[in-house]
Design a protein around this ligand. Sequence first.
Ligand code: GDP
Length: 315
Amino acid sequence: MRKTALICGVSGQDGALLAKLLLTKGYKVVGQTRKLQSSYPNLMKLGLIGKVDVLACDLMDKKAVKEMLLDVEPDEIYNLSGQSSVGLSFEKPLETFESHTLPVANILEVMRSEKLNARFFNAGSGECYGNSDIAIEIGMPMQPISPYAMAKASALMLVERYREIYGVYACTGVLFNHESPLRGERFVTQKIISSAVQISKGQMDKLELGNLDVIRDWGWAEEYVEAMWLMLQRDKAEDFVIATGKPYSLEDFVKATFDALGLKWLDYVSSSERYMRGNEVHSNYGNPKALKEKTGWAASLKMKGVIKKMLEGQI
Ligand code: GDP
């Protein structure tokens, strides 16, 4: 029997990439978006217009969520919705908090009360664990220091408790930074790639960034959506870290990008207060070992591979 997947937040980077993956696996894919739009750039770039049934639903509204879930009857639900920029969450704390917690609470509550026979994946974040000099694993204490991280930590706990108390099949993939050409320029990787390409063509002189010392774990988003799917194929719902496991500084990322274009980064890049955050996580990277052991998944592209692919998407 053909399975039906419901992707909440289908218009974002991960939603579109997951839709593509599930279509190739033969799923019927229904994509939720907050409001119907005249165009869906990410779905369009992946050639998915007309292949995904897009529906509008306000995930903050429990009644609407119930109607959607009873109508679609999904076998698998993936929640990839919500305000996804840590930086922007400092400017929009309440909207960010609500956008990550209420949809999860509503979906879980409908699954519980209607006894839905569906599996639920929620996109979590490594940011919940705050600053760490060691690779982050499930079970380590969470130390959220941004509104975004507080929201994702709350959602992770909701999923954990509904699974434990009510036996709902629900799990969180604790995702570390994962990139693709579908990323908006609000995210630092896309900002660096597109600026470096413009500099290499003589269309731009300088690139201003914030803190170059931060350490992150950058992977390739297309591989990460495969991990989401693999998590829902397991009989037992469990949370996992989805990461490359390789920490790099932002300076490493900048240098490798400019090197790949034959440019000296120090000639063009500066650090400015303007792009620094009030409350910054210095070091944040994940340990994907448990996921590898249970599903065989491992990130094949690490930072340099991600840069290469992003440059190919740009030039
Ligand atoms: P997010 O923090 O996961 O939402 O991802 P970003 O790509 O926005 O930021 C990743 C890291 O890069 C953070 O530690 C930022 O503080 C740092 N960063 C340094 N300069 C910049 C910049 O100019 N823009 C952004 N977005 N982030 C920057």
